[in-house]
Each structure stands twice: as C-alpha cells, then as structure tokens.
Design a binder for this molecule. Structure first.
Ligand code: ASP
Ligand code: MG
Length: 416
C-alpha cells in the first residue's frame, strides 16, 4: 500500500462527464489498496470567468478581495468530486486550504506555501477515506484566504505530497507528458519517459506550460517523485499501464547511465532586444540602467556588455516583447541625460531557442553543433547565454520555427 497524491487540472475537471471519469480513476486506485489524496483545480475557464467579473467592476482590485473570489472555483471542484466519489461507493471528504490548513505568507495572488498541517489528513486516510483538497489556495497567519498564482494547484499538489511524504505525486493533465519540443512545431516531437527535475525546471522557466515552475522547485527540494500523465485516457486501464505512461520527473543519480545528452528544445517567441550604444564603461551605468527597469517591474533576461573601446561600451539585453515599448520609453527619458548613451537601438522581433540537457555538462561540442547548424541555414545568432545544462540563442523571430526543427533533427531527438 502506498500513499499517492493525484492532481487534476481544469481540463480534467472540465465537465460533469469528466468529473465522473476522475471519480472512476480515483476509485480504481483506492480499491486497489492505496491511500489517496486528490488535489483539484477549478473547472476549466472558471478562474478566468471569475476574474472577468472583477474586471467589470474595477481595473485595480484589491489583491485580497481577488483571492476571496478566485479561490472559490477550486472549492466547487472539491465538492463535486466528493459527491461523484460517493456515487462510486468511495468514502471521500473534501477540504478547502484553510481547513487543512495550508499556511502561506500574505502575498495575495502570489502567496508562497510555508507549512502544511498533516493531522486531519492522516486521521481521514487512516480510516480509509479519500481526502480531496483545493489546489491553488491557502490561508495566511491572519486567517485570510490566499492564492498561489495562476497554475498554482500543481504547486499545491507537490507541496502536499512533500508534507505527507507521499510515495508519488501524479499530475493528471490534458497532455500525456513532457515532449522533446512542442509537437505543434515539430511533428516528430517525442514524449519523454523521464526527465530530470533540473531539466524540467529549465523547461518550465522557459515557458513550457506543462507544470507551474514552483511545483518543479518543490519536487526538487523535497525529492517528490512526480509524474505528468493524461487524465483523458480510459480511467479503467490497469494501474500498471497507468504507472508506465506519462513522463516521470527523476533525480539525476537514479539513472545516470541511460541519459540522453539533450532532452528537449524550448522556445520563447515573444522576445525583444535592446542595445544601448556608447555608454561610459563604469559599473554604475549597467547598474543604473537595470535599476530603472527593475523599478518598473520589467524582467531582463539575457545581458551582454561589450569590451570597452576608449572608455565606452555597449550594453545589450532582452526583455519580453510586451515590455518593449515601455522599456524604450524609459530609456528615451534617461538615455541622453542620465546614462549618457550615444544611442538606443531596439528590435522587438526576436525569439529565443534553448537546448536543454544535463548531458551537456560533459559534452562540450553541443554549442559548436548549434552554431554550425544555424550558420549553415543562414540564421544569424544575435545573442547567446548558457548555463550548465542549457544553451539559449536569440534569433530573428522569422527563423524560430525552422531553427527548432533543424536542431530537433540534428540532435536526433525524435529517436529514443
Ligand atoms: N484555477 C487556477 C488557475 O486557473 C489554478 C490552477 O488551475 O492551477 O490558474
Ligand atoms: Mg495547470
């Protein structure tokens, strides 16, 4: 007997029919002798619907009130699944985050989990009940309901699995796992049977929407065995088959031998590049520029400062395309007078392609293969950034899809 956490996202809970299927799946697991905790999202579209009601009243709602509203979607899901499980003959009990309680800080709309009380959950599990808990929400030290940010129920599930020391956390979603790249761009993209949590962290931070990034951080920190799998396949398939499906997030030392060098290619389409030309080469200048952007809550991604010539240098960086206009305005106000730049150049039509794989640590030739491949196709690399397990290149948006396809092929990612 194992303690298993299941998490079902909005699509999996999207209709009464689907909720019945979730109940059948959970009942199957429970009847085979496992202890089950189920963490739920709101039904698909519900959180957006609630937010649109708010927008009709105010453009600047108080985040505390927002959490009061958006947290309700998950509560409906919990109640519905509890009833559906009882219809399946399974004894189930549902809780909101504040009842358990899932303690968070008070950063409304983006709260962080601090502690999860396991007492009541253990009592229920020990008498054979399935425990259903709202994802996405918690409670702060003043007893106010908080939410964890969009997509936060993944994080709730992994955090609950960590707190209860569950044997495994199964994230059921509308895709059947993590792919080598987006199958809409590369039709040969292949589902990965496993991926290390570090690679998954890079994928999540690069915009792969499969898991919320904080849930991956939790899985890594507390070593929660986490699997992403489809909720849309027949709920009655044998447990063993289900356990072999999807993508398992592993920890490197488990299986060093069989690792591929590259696991996947991620991309971000909407990037912009800004170059500030001819600024005095003093550390205070970069600091001043980045400070201005930080004050405006603009995230800067890649940064390059050129070698200085006659005391002047160029500073080039990227931001997301939606911030481009804002950044250019800020720089227009400050460039000449405060930063003393000669000019500011910008290009909003950039994309970033990133090759990810822990095998890169021991294979230095990956970078040259990427550069050669793109060069041969006449794709100019505008900027590069690297980490131990990732190489990102910034290229013109019009080449993005072909670059992803070429690199997928060169690294033979379609082959397992
Ligand atoms: N219902 C929330 C959202 O739509 C949380 C989640 O689905 O994970 O963002
Ligand atoms: Mg989600």
């Amino acid at each position: 007997m194992a303690l298993i956490v299941h998490k079902y996202g909005g699509t999996s809970m999207g209709s009464i029919e689907r909720i019945r299927n979730v109940a059948k799946r959970v009942a199957k697991w429970h009847k085979s002798g496992h202890q089950l905790i189920v963490v739920l999202s709101a039904m698909s579209g519900e959180t957006n619907r609630l937010l649109s009601l708010v927008r009709e009243i105010s453009t600047q709602p108080n985040p505390r009130d927002l959490d009061m509203i958006t947290s309700t979607g998950e509560q409906v899901s919990v109640g519905l699944l509890s009833i559906a499980l009882q219809e399946e003959g399974v004894d189930a009990v549902g809780y909101a985050g504040w009842q358990i309680s899932v303690k968070t800080n008070s950063a409304f709309t983006k709260a962080r989990i601090k502690k999860i009380d396991d007492k009541q959950v253990l009592i229920d599990l020990n008498v054979g009940k399935v425990v259903i808990i709202t994802g996405f929400q918690g409670v702060d030290s003043n007893g106010r309901v908080t939410t964890l940010g969009r997509g936060g129920s993944d994080t709730s599930a992994v955090a609950i699995a960590a707190a209860l020391r569950a044997n495994e956390c199964l994230i059921y979603t509308d895709v059947d796992g993590v792919y080598t790249t987006d199958p809409r761009i590369v039709k040969e993209a292949r589902r990965l049977n496993q991926i290390t949590f570090e690679e998954m962290l890079e994928m999540a931070s690069l915009g792969s929407k499969v898991l919320q990034i904080r849930s991956v951080e939790f899985a890594g920190k507390y070593r929660v065995k986490t699997r992403v799998l489809s909720s849309l396949i027949d709920p009655m398939i044998p447990l063993d088959d289900e356990m072999r499906s999807g993508t398992l997030i592993t920890f490197e030392e488990n299986n060093k031998m069989e690792r591929a060098i590259i696991s996947g290619i991620a991309f971000q389409r909407d990037e912009a590049r800004i170059a500030i030309i001819g600024v005095p080469d003093k550390p205070s200048v970069a600091c001043q520029i980045l400070g201005l952007l930080a004050d405006a809550n603009i995230d800067v991604d890649m940064i390059i400062q050129n070698t200085s010539i006659e005391g002047k240098t160029d500073l080039t960086f990227t931001v997301s395309r939606s911030d481009y206009g804002h950044v250019m305005n800020i720089l227009a106000c400050h460039a000449q007078e405060h930063i003393k730049a000669q000019k500011v150049l910008g290009d909003p039509n950039m994309s970033k392609v990133s090759i990810i794989g822990i095998g890169m640590r021991s294979h230095a030739e990956i970078a040259s293969t990427i550069f050669r491949t793109l060069l041969e196709e006449g794709i100019n690399i505008e900027m590069v950034s690297t980490s131990e397990i990732k190489i990102s290149v910034l290229i013109n948006e019009k080449f993005m899809e072909s670059a992803v396809r070429l690199l997928h092929k060169v690294f033979k990612l379609e082959q397992s």
